[in-house]
Write a protein that binds this ligand. Structure first.
Ligand SMILES: CC(C)(COP(=O)(O)OP(=O)(O)OC[C@H]1O[C@@H](n2cnc3c(N)ncnc32)[C@H](O)[C@@H]1OP(=O)(O)O)[C@@H](O)C(=O)NCCC(=O)NCCS
Length: 129
């Protein structure tokens, strides 16, 4: 089951990534046996959505959980585009985003402590302004 997470302290102990809530961002969790096994942190800025971070607990990986978390956002918002930055060496995540239709549209030089990042985007052909 996927639903919005309010208990940010719990999420902040799952990985090194720390969520900071503001007016734009939301965190959704993937629940299994009442336990959060993956989460997605994203920002909704009017017609644009930015994916900030996605994480799945190691033993639950490669079961489609990250795919379904992002698909939930794609299916539930009327957005113009969704963008994200990813480390060029993070092949697993790049494959995930490509599978969801994201394309590399730019390179962010030295975005991650000296390592380049890709700017990736998926557009919504059905966006109604
Ligand atoms: C990246 C991450 C979120 C993927 O989560 P996941 O639930 O295992 O991903 P899914 O099972 O939904 O995989 C969907 C697709 O992503 C790609 N993918 C995911 N893990 C992969 C791996 N280990 N090797 C190759 N491709 C992979 C595949 O295309 C996969 O589709 P397939 O299984 O049909 O081949 C997870 O590995 C993770 O938490 N990594 C650490 C945090 C991180 O790097 N986050 C991204 C920051 S930008």
């Amino acid at each position: 089951m996927i639903k919005e997470i309010k208990d940010i302290d719990y999420i902040n102990n799952l990985s090194n990534y720390k969520v900071t809530l503001n007016n734009f961002n939301k965190v959704i969790g993937y629940y299994f046996d009442n336990k959060i096994i993956g989460f997605l942190d994203y920002s909704v800025m009017y017609e644009k959505i930015e994916i900030n971070y996605i994480f799945v607990i190691n033993e639950y990986r490669r079961k489609g959980i990250a795919y379904n978390l992002i698909k939930y956002v794609i299916d539930n918002y009327d957005f113009e585009n969704i963008t994200l930055e990813v480390n060029v060496n993070n092949t697993n995540a790049i494959n995930l985003y490509k599978k969801l239709g994201f394309k590399i549209i730019n390179i962010r030089k030295c975005y991650y402590d000296g390592v380049d990042g890709y700017l990736m985007e998926v557009k919504n052909d059905n966006f109604s302004n």
